[in-house]
Design a binder for this molecule. Structure first.
Ligand SMILES: Nc1nc2c(ncn2[C@@H]2O[C@H](COP(=O)(O)OP(=O)(O)OP(=O)(O)O)[C@@H](O)[C@H]2O)c(=O)[nH]1
Ligand SMILES: C[S@@+](CC[C@H](N)C(=O)[O-])C[C@H]1O[C@@H](n2cnc3c(N)ncnc32)[C@H](O)[C@@H]1O
Ligand code: SF4
Ligand code: SF4
Length: 292
């Protein structure tokens, strides 16, 4: 039986940050809402959290960070995911070519790869590093390894990459294992490049053969001719929060009921199994939609 919060939202998914460390410096990064993270969870601590999640009926885990592939024990972590729980990862892709086969062999189902520009200079401007080629090689390796479907995450930044959407569509078109995920910038540092995605969604809708509404966040998926596009619009979106089914874990072992809040984290380090289970129940009980 899934745990439900007082807004009748079941928690069916857990999102674990494996590290605050990163090999890129994206200009907009929200770092999964972490503040001054301390020592990283160990592989065994993560395995215990996953066992408790499984006990509460959680059937999927998303690994994130920082950059999750910077964890030297990443393959063991993936291997420790309980049977019947689907694992996926969101990565910047730089180390993906190196790890794709091992991740698949360890049981990972699929990956999301963040690529905000397919123009090398613009990629460097956004991330601080000249690494686009490596990332594209990573995507190819993930395709070859069967870590699919792969979502290509693009945060839309006005005046920087917003003219590249058709180029991204051309990149994924015809490959059923690639999905483009367009993300509205969550404006943590009052970034001047924020833009609402309303007009973009309207134009995608007009070009779509089918539109699917996902259970998670009620996100829309637009099925264009030979290309699928999902849109993530979390800001001031009460529908998005109403269908939020995730519980987060910070890299230093705190249950985090909402991405956008830092005042209700629950420390789960050094707890017994029973205490851990009780804290899961407590964290879910504290969940509330950020936008109501
Ligand atoms: N506000 C908010 N944003 C979220 C939440 N979950 C994911 N996001 C944002 O959605 C974007 C895509 O996140 P990903 O890590 O690729 O994962 P996902 O698309 O949510 O997960 P899948 O569709 O299952 O692969 C990122 O910008 C995340 O910050 C959430 O619960 N709340
Ligand atoms: C925080 S990153 C961690 C995983 C990995 N390092 C990566 O970049 O894919 C997870 C996702 O959040 C997105 N993201 C980061 N900051 C964001 C922001 N301010 N608004 C919207 N999405 C953001 C990234 O683009 C990425 O797709
Ligand atoms: S690669 Fe991911 S974690 Fe690293 S700075 Fe970029 S968005 Fe943030
Ligand atoms: S409730 Fe918080 S974590 Fe859930 S969708 Fe809303 S902002 Fe994101």
């Amino acid at each position: 039986m899934l745990l439900k919060d007082s807004y009748d939202r079941p928690v069916s998914n857990i999102r674990i940050s494996l590290t605050p460390r990163c090999n890129l410096q994206c200009i907009y990064c929200h770092r999964e809402g972490e503040v001054k993270p301390e020592k990283e969870l160990s592989q065994e601590e993560i395995a215990e959290i996953l066992r408790v999640a499984a006990k509460f009926g959680i059937r999927s885990v998303k690994f994130t960070g920082g950059e999750p592939l910077l964890r030297k024990d990443i393959v063991e972590i993936v291997r420790s995911v309980p049977e019947g729980m689907e694992s996926s990862m969101t990565t910047n892709g730089i180390l993906l070519a190196q790890y794709a086969t091992d991740l698949k062999a360890a049981g990972m189902k699929r990956v999301n790869v963040s690529i905000d520009s397919i123009i090398p200079e613009t990629y460097k401007k956004i991330t601080g590093h000249d690494s686009l080629k490596k990332v594209l090689e990573g995507v190819q390796a993930a395709l070859d390894a069967g870590l699919t479907p792969i979502k290509i995450n693009m945060v839309v930044l006005e005046g920087i990459n917003d003219h590249e959407i058709d180029d991204f569509l051309a990149y994924i078109r015809g490959n059923r294992n690639l999905v483009l995920q367009l993300i509205e910038l969550m404006n943590f540092n009052n970034c001047e490049h924020h833009t609402k995605l309303n007009d973009l969604e309207d134009s995608l809708a007009a070009r779509s053969k089918t539109i699917i509404t996902r259970r998670m966040h009620h996100r829309k998926k637009y099925c264009l001719d030979g290309a699928e596009v999902e849109v993530v619009r979390p800001l001031h979106n009460s529908e998005f929060c109403k269908f939020c089914n995730r519980l987060r874990v910070t890299s230093d072992g705190k249950l985090k009921p909402c991405l956008l809040r830092t005042d209700n984290h629950i420390d789960i380090r050094g707890k017994s199994r029973k205490e851990l289970e009780d804290l899961f129940v407590k964290a879910v009980a504290t969940r509330e939609p950020f936008y109501k």
